[in-house]
Each structure stands twice: as structure tokens, then as C-alpha cells.
Design a protein around this ligand. Structure first.
Ligand code: SF4
Length: 593
């Protein structure tokens, strides 16, 4: 069976020129998406280059198997929020269109367009087009306008990733979206697009996809689509969406209330409003699927009431950031989720920043004047909606500081603001309370070092869609191996997969270390994780002692993660995996073990 080429489209936005780059050899080392994108960043962005530098590269990645095990577009970029390795993945059909247009590794963006522009890709036709008429437009209108113009021009329906006002304003927690509700959330991709004067990317592919063995690919997919396991999956995740997990998380204190000051027992009335059964009865909801996914987990809604008509999607991240965290009832998520997907904010970050603003106001660290006339208050939906907009538009001292994310805003508000900030490594973590040592993610968050799921985000397949596949085929690596080999004509082994996954994990960590991740400060939890206990609904109290945390962290580094006890990669392993170039850079910095 002949191998197919794996290639990406490289676009220089400054000059409007483009070329196709053969990435087959690199894909054998890194797959695509997160892994390949991080390698391209390492090679093409000099150490210390600002994330918003016009010459920064942004990789809108996919892979030859995108759209077969769910569909993900994984944006690898230097995060404007952290300055480390950043990754933001979007569901929806965009990756499928890139594969169908012949770019089965994605699109690499370089340079900066001279004026606000969108990238047009229709198979081999690539143009950087004027988007100045869309300046400041909200995301839904932007997507509709571009799609409708291109439909009139070509008769086709393009997939479009759009940037919102927040991204145009270089807000460091700005997201990008496609199909209105699929959000590339984490690490500020909207700001990365904004720094390139990029309002949107529109892609239509009529050529592909090209597989080495189309029948084998089809047989694999059909084994999933027709399996009883898939049918069973549909009664859970895909019947109720990810929102399904929220109520349980709130009750078991893995999702916090009121900026992580309280829990279910403190606010039972708020919790009761988060029933997904209740939400389904009150609002129209229906499951939809990304391209090629039989799981169909997405759960859009429409709500009409005296406040207006709102449409969007319940995402667990939005729910945790903006719901109980702001002491808002479940139904209000219809409005807060809709607004952030219009102005272009990441829901966990923005929700936690808004909660932080309320605490800072109550502690008299910021004033009404700092909030551009608004009075911060828990349980006040009007305040929450308006302050989100102010962050996106950088209106007022407090919102403008928060548009920079936790770490930079702390410098504006001073040391007194730090204990109120609920973050890990400068990023909001409203889900899975860091203090809960069983159900929380405190240790895994504190020991992370840059984003990205080394297998799924590099293959650009979906974490949720892979579950039933995995049951049928005997594990995630088996799924990866079968699909990759059928699609590409390569013959990778399970050992190859293990090596690729580990290589990608370590490369992401090395990239973040190269760019300033500080192992003495950043492997940590916020002060309140050590000083403010939280109770679960059973009366158990959860908080870390410093000694206990340091011991648990060391153990995780050395036993689970294969790192030194300080959280550094080991030189011998880097060399074995072909990451000697990381050793060359990091060893003189004292950052390999
Ligand atoms: S499981 Fe959900 S997010 Fe994943 S590909 Fe399917 S519909 Fe999309």
C-alpha cells in the first residue's frame, strides 16, 4: 500500500503568498496538530520572541485522520496568556474541510496582514482578503457574513473560524469559534489571530479526503457507527452533552461556588438549578455531531424570555466559570455563554476574572470607577454580562487589566489582590477544585507545563468520540494505530505510538521551559489552596498543607511523569527520543536533569 503525502499550507499574511509544504517525515515523528505545531514553533520562532510578534507562527493543525474519530482542529501557538506552549482545540467541521482541500496537516500562518483580513482557501486557490468591513463585528455576524458572501460567489458552504472583538483587541483570554459554538478556548488564540490582523479563515475542500486505503478506513469507521457500544454511548454523553457532568461536579465539590469560597452545602438553591433534566425541559436542546462523529455530544439551546432570545451551547467550562462561580442560576448560563461566544472570550478565564473582580470590589481593592461605573456583585446577571463585554472591549481600568489575564492584572491591582485570584499557573481553573485530593485536578494542573494532549490533540481526534472506539478496538493507542495506518499507508507499531506521544509531551514541556516557565514558582497552587478549606456535601474538609503538597508533587514528577524531582525532563530520554536539539538549548540554562 503506497503511503500518502502529509502536507500543510503555509501562508505569509504579510505578502499574501502561500506554498504547500511536505510534512510527511515530521508527521512520522510528531503526528500533526499539537505535536507538529510545537515543533514548527520551536524551529521557526527564536527563543524569547513575543507571542504577539508579527513574525510569530500559528499552526491551525489537523491530521490525516481528522474527521474519522470525531473532528478537531488544534491550534498550536505561543500562548499570549502564559508565554509558554499554547494549544486550543475546536470541534466542528473545519479540520475536515482542510483535509478535503488537500492540507491534511493544516495551515501554518506567518507574518501579519497589512490590514484586517480573512484567509480564503478553496482547494488550491488561496487569497488574503480584505475584512475591514467586519472590524469589531461580533462572531456570529462575522461567520454568517463570510459564509453567505462565499456561498453567493462559489455556491459552496465554507467552514469558517472567526475571531471576535476581544481577539481584535489583543485580549489575552480571547477565543476563536467555528459554527458559532465550537470554541478554541484555551491560551488566547484570539489574541494570536488579532496580532496577525486576522479576522477569520474560510476553507472549502472539494478534492479529498485522500487515504491510502479508503475501504479499510470505511470499514473501521463503520465498525464504530454500527456498534451497540456506540448506541450505549448515545444514551449518556450524547443525549445530555458535557453539561451532564456539571451537576455532579458541583455537588461533590469538584467545581467551586463563589470564586471557590464555598460549595454545594453553602448554596443548595443555586445547585438545584443546574439539573440538566430541568434545563432540557425549559429550553430547546438537541444533540448535534461534528463531522464523522456518531457520538454527537454537542447540546445547543435556545432560550426566550423577558431578557431576550439567546442561543449557544452549554459547555462544562463555561458552566463552571460563569455559573455557580458567580452565584448565578443555571438558566442564566444561556445568556453568559451566548455573550462570550459573541464577543470572543474563553468562559473559564473570563468567569473567574469576573468573580475575582467582585471579590476585589468587596475588599475595596477596586472601585466602581475602576469598573467603568458598574457595581460588582455576586448573583447579578446584568453585572456579569456587562463586565464580560468590558473585558472584551478593554473598557475601564479593571476590565482592561483583566483582559491581560491573572498574572499581569495582579501587577496592576497589587499584592493585596493575589489571595482572591483563583488560578493555577496564571490560568483560571474553576473545574475540579484544586483542594479536593480525590476528584480535583490540583496536582495535575500544578505539574502541567504548557497545554496539549499528546495523543488526541496531535492526531486531532476527539477525547470524547474516542471512548466508544477505544472500547471496541482495545484502547486509545490501538484506535490511533488502526486509523493512522489505514489512512496514511504507513505501518507504525504501538511502540512507535508510545514514542510519538512521549516525544510530544516532552517537546511541549521543553518549549515552555525555553520560553520562561519557572520551575521554582510555576509548579504551584494558589495561596487559598493552602489556607482556605472547602467542605464537600458529606462534610469532609479539603485543603493542602505545604509539606503534603510538595511531597505529592515530587512523587508525581518522579513516578507518574518520568521527570526529575524538580519537574525537569531527563537528558538521556530526550536524546533517545530524538529531542537532542532540546538538550542543546536547555542544558546551558540548567533545565534538563
Ligand atoms: S464527541 Fe462531541 S466534540 Fe467530539 S467530535 Fe463528537 S460531537 Fe464533536
Amino acid at each position: 500500500m503506497a503511503e500518502i503525502k502529509i502536507q500543510y499550507l503555509e501562508v505569509d499574511l504579510t505578502t499574501g503568498t502561500s506554498k504547500v509544504v511536505d510534512a510527511t517525515a515530521l508527521a512520522k515523528q510528531y503526528f500533526g496538530g499539537w505535536g507538529l505545531g510545537t515543533k514548527l514553533m520551536w524551529d521557526q520562532m527564536p527563543k524569547g520572541m513575543d507571542a504577539l510578534d508579527p513574525n510569530a507562527v500559528v499552526f491551525v493543525g489537523c491530521g490525516p485522520v481528522s474527521g474519522l474519530v470525531g473532528s478537531k482542529t488544534c491550534i498550536a501557538h505561543k500562548s499570549p496568556l502564559t508565554n509558554w506552549a499554547g494549544e486550543s482545540s475546536l470541534s466542528g467541521d473545519f479540520a475536515w474541510e482542510m483535509v478535503s482541500a488537500g492540507y491534511n496537516a493544516g495551515i501554518l500562518l506567518k507574518g501579519k496582514a497589512p490590514k484586517l483580513s480573512y484567509l480564503y482557501v478553496y482547494d488550491d486557490k488561496v487569497e488574503v482578503r480584505d475584512a475591514t468591513a467586519l472590524k469589531g463585528k461580533w462572531m456570529r455576524e462575522t461567520e454568517e457574513t463570510i459564509q453567505s458572501q462565499l456561498n453567493k460567489e462559489t455556491g459552496e458552504i465554507f467552514s469558517v473560524i472567526v475571531n471576535g472583538p476581544a481577539g481584535e483587541n489583543l485580549v489575552r483570554i480571547a477565543n476563536v469559534t467555528t459554527q458559532y459554538i465550537h470554541s478554541g478556548s484555551k491560551c488566547g488564540p484570539g489574541a494570536s489571530f488579532g496580532a496577525k490582523n486576522l479576522k477569520a479563515i474560510a476553507v472549502k475542500g472539494k478534492k479529498g479526503p485522500t487515504y491510502a486505503d479508503h475501504k479499510a478506513v470505511n470499514d473501521l469507521w463503520m465498525s464504530y457507527a454500527t456498534s451497540p457500544v456506540t448506541a450505549l454511548h448515545r444514551t449518556g454523553e450524547s443525549r445530555w452533552g458535557h453539561y451532564r457532568s456539571l451537576q455532579g461536579c458541583l455537588r461533590h465539590v469538584v467545581d467551586p461556588f463563589k470564586n471557590a469560597h464555598g460549595s454545594y452545602n453553602d448554596f443548595p438553591d443555586i445547585n438545584e438549578g443546574y439539573s440538566f433534566h430541568l434545563m432540557n425541559l425549559r429550553h430547546t436542546q438537541w444533540p448535534i455531531a461534528c463531522h464523522g462523529c456518531a457520538a454527537a455530544c454537542f447540546m445547543p439551546y435556545v432560550r426566550r424570555d423577558e431578557r431576550g432570545t439567546f442561543a449557544g451551547e452549554y459547555r462544562h467550562g463555561n458552566s463552571a466559570g460563569q455559573g455557580a462561580n458567580l452565584l448565578l442560576p443555571g438558566w442564566s448560563l444561556c445568556e453568559t455563554s451566548a455573550i462570550i461566544d459573541e464577543v470572543g472570550l474563553e468562559g473559564e478565564e473570563s468567569g473567574c476574572l469576573v468573580a475575582w473582580a467582585i471579590d476585589l470590589y468587596d475588599a475595596k481593592i477596586i472601585s466602581q470607577a475602576d469598573c467603568d461605573g458598574l457595581i460588582p456583585k455576586y448573583g447579578d446577571l446584568d453585572f456579569a454580562v456587562e463586565f464580560h463585554k468590558k473585558i472584551a472591549l478593554r473598557q475601564g481600568k479593571a476590565a482592561n487589566a483583566m483582559a491581560e489575564g491573572f498574572y499581569r492584572a495582579m501587577k496592576v491591582f497589587g499584592d493585596a489582590s493575589i489571595p482572591y485570584a483563583w488560578h493555577v499557573q496564571g490560568q483560571a481553573r474553576p473545574r475540579y477544585d484544586a483542594r479536593h485530593k480525590v476528584g480535583g485536578n490540583g496536582l495535575s494542573n500544578a505539574t502541567a507545563c504548557g497545554a496539549g494532549s499528546a495523543l488526541n490533540d496531535s492526531l486531532t481526534i476527539c477525547n470524547f468520540a474516542i471512548t466508544p472506539f477505544s472500547t471496541i478496538m482495545g484502547g486509545n493507542n490501538a484506535v490511533a494505530q488502526k486509523f493512522w495506518n489505514a489512512a496514511t499507508g504507513q505501518n507504525i507499531s504501538t511502540t512507535d505510538i508510545n514514542n510519538i506521544v512521549r516525544r510530544n509531551e516532552l517537546l511541549g514541556r521543553c518549549y515552555s521551559l525555553r520560553e520562561g516557565f519557572d520551575i521554582t514558582k510555576d509548579y504551584d497552587l494558589p495561596p487559598r489552596a493552602f489556607s482556605e478549606p472547602i467542605k464537600d456535601r458529606y462534610g469532609n474538609s479539603w485543603v493542602w498543607t505545604r509539606d503534603e503538597f510538595e511531597a505529592a508533587k515530587k512523587s508525581r514528577f518522579t513516578t507518574t511523569m518520568g521527570l526529575t524531582d524538580k519537574g525537569l525532563p531527563k537528558e538521556a530520554e530526550l536524546n533517545t527520543l530524538g529531542l537532542g536539539f532540546c538538550v542543546d538549548t536547555l542544558k546551558p540554562m540548567g533545565l534538563v536533569g
